[in-house]
Design a protein around this ligand. Structure first.
Ligand code: SF4
Length: 448
């Protein structure tokens, strides 16, 4: 445990230098102000990018604010997913029940949009008052002939990980009934949400190699695409945190094997393409994969070379949702010549923290389920030059006068694939070497 940092006693076992035997995969400590999101938001993150699905939030209007506009999932087709619907429960509904509003909401969506599927999210208040949301959904399916799938996702029931699991169950409800046992050669990509168009980059690689992508969960997908997913011969899981449950269910229900694959960084992207073609590709497709990797690696190394001197020896802090992504980021920083001085995840697994520990130096701080106060303290202690995180970490970096890179909802340029390595390097260089941070630090006295 690093010295001179004021940490809640119950949090000490979730923070270490060296990262061995880190306490993780458990509920947040009450009062610790975790950076984790709630159950509902975990479920919504996974399902929202389905471009022709409808999302009806049964709860107070505040829950519905979690919509597409804070997540940059792009679409090549329908824009319907940009709508968000809420039953807007008020005090009166808490007393008398919100079922009538839910029925009216479904009726209106069907009338105006005729959607293939409506996902209903029952949030905290409904978890307390106990509306029979399932009964409403079954009646609506019968009356309107569409799929209505319920996610009982009150935020207080757990954390984002439970939301991922509920989304996995909802997706199985959507795709399983149509499966007739037929199989084709091709893969599904799980856990890529097409942020800044990243799914398209990855799909293009497989297209060049000659492998069909049957369905993408859930970036730029449609309900009809997803229903073809059970026919695939391999599931390639990019965001392991959100999609491992679904991958396991698809393996047991449809016999689809799965692998973890990261498309962040040169090393991991090359490995992901090789692992996939090794499993389902022909000799010819493996050759095409190698040619693609060689060509794109050379191009990328040439593109990032001018930026390397400005990055060498800088100190990086990482705080992201899943441990698998944190590992890819450490590898990218190692390749770029930066030292990772702090790394953590909202929902990392024991084996992921072990891998992180093997990639960083022995005094790097590793933390699970951190809070802003801990992140601030360790970034100060370690003198971090940059924080890589998401929307909740951004204000912290800015207030401390530390450079920031969004590797989550709001990224503007794609950071996946070979192109992503170039974009990431440019972005890191631009922000870390900006003179603005010195002015901020002087102004607020932070990190001094
Ligand atoms: S914690 Fe509850 S009230 Fe808050 S957004 Fe999540 S579901 Fe809604």
């Amino acid at each position: 445990m690093p010295k001179n940092i004021d940490i809640l006693e119950e949090r000490r076992s979730s923070i270490s230098q060296g990262g061995r035997n880190l306490d993780c995969e458990k509920g947040s400590v009450a009062g610790a102000v975790s950076q984790r999101a709630c159950v509902y938001s975990g479920a919504r993150v996974v399902l929202n990018p389905i471009t022709d699905a409808f999302h009806l939030v049964h709860g107070p209007i505040g829950c519905a604010s979690y919509t597409w506009d804070i997540r940059g999932s792009l679409t090549a087709g329908s824009e319907l997913y940009r709508q968000s619907f809420s039953t807007d429960l008020l005090e009166r509904d808490v007393v008398f029940g919100g079922v009538d509003k839910l029925k009216a909401g479904i009726k209106e969506i069907v009338k105006v949009y005729n959607p293939p599927v409506i996902f209903i999210y029952a949030t905290c208040v409904v978890g307390v008052i106990g509306d029979d949301v399932e009964a409403v959904a079954r009646a609506a399916e019968k009356e309107y002939g569409i799929r209505v799938i319920v996610l009982k996702a009150p935020g207080f029931a757990g954390n984002k990980s439970l939301g991922y699991r509920l989304a996995g169950e909802a997706l199985m409800e959507l795709i399983a009934p149509k499966f007739n046992g037929q199989k084709v050669k091709g893969l599904n990509i799980l856990g890529d949400y097409n942020l800044a168009g990243e799914m398209w980059i990855v799909k293009n690689y497989f297209q060049e190699i000659g492998l069909d992508v049957i369905a993408s969960f859930t970036g730029d997908s449609t309900c009809a695409d997803l229903m073809k997913a059970p026919t695939a011969s391999l599931n390639v899981v990019q965001c392991a945190g959100s999609m491992t449950y679904l991958a396991m269910k698809m393996e047991s229900e449809f016999g689809i094997p799965w692998i973890k694959a990261s498309f962040f960084g040169l090393e991991d992207t090359a490995k992901a393409l090789r692992d996939t073609t090794d499993l389902i590709g022909t000799e010819e497709e493996r050759k095409r994969a190698e040619a693609l990797i060689k060509r794109e690696s050379q191009k990328t190394l040439a593109a990032i070379k001018p930026y390397l001197p400005g990055l060498k020896g800088k100190k990086a802090a990482i705080y992201v949702g899943g441990g698998f992504k944190a590992i890819s980021l450490i590898r990218q920083f190692n390749a770029l010549g930066l030292d990772t001085v702090m790394v953590g995840a909202q929902n990392g697994r024991k084996e992921e923290y072990e891998v992180m520990a093997s990639l960083v130096s022995s005094d790097t701080v590793i933390l699970d389920d951190a809070n802003p106060s801990e992140l601030e303290a360790f970034m100060r202690e370690k003198g971090a030059d940059i924080l890589v995180g998401g929307v909740k970490e951004r204000p912290l970096a800015f207030k401390l006068g530390v450079a920031f890179c969004d590797h989550n909802h709001e990224r503007q340029a794609p950071l996946a694939g070979f192109l992503g390595v170039t974009n990431f390097t440019k972005e890191i260089n631009l922000t870390i070497n900006s003179p603005v941070w010195a002015h901020v630090r002087n102004a607020v006295g932070a990190l001094n």
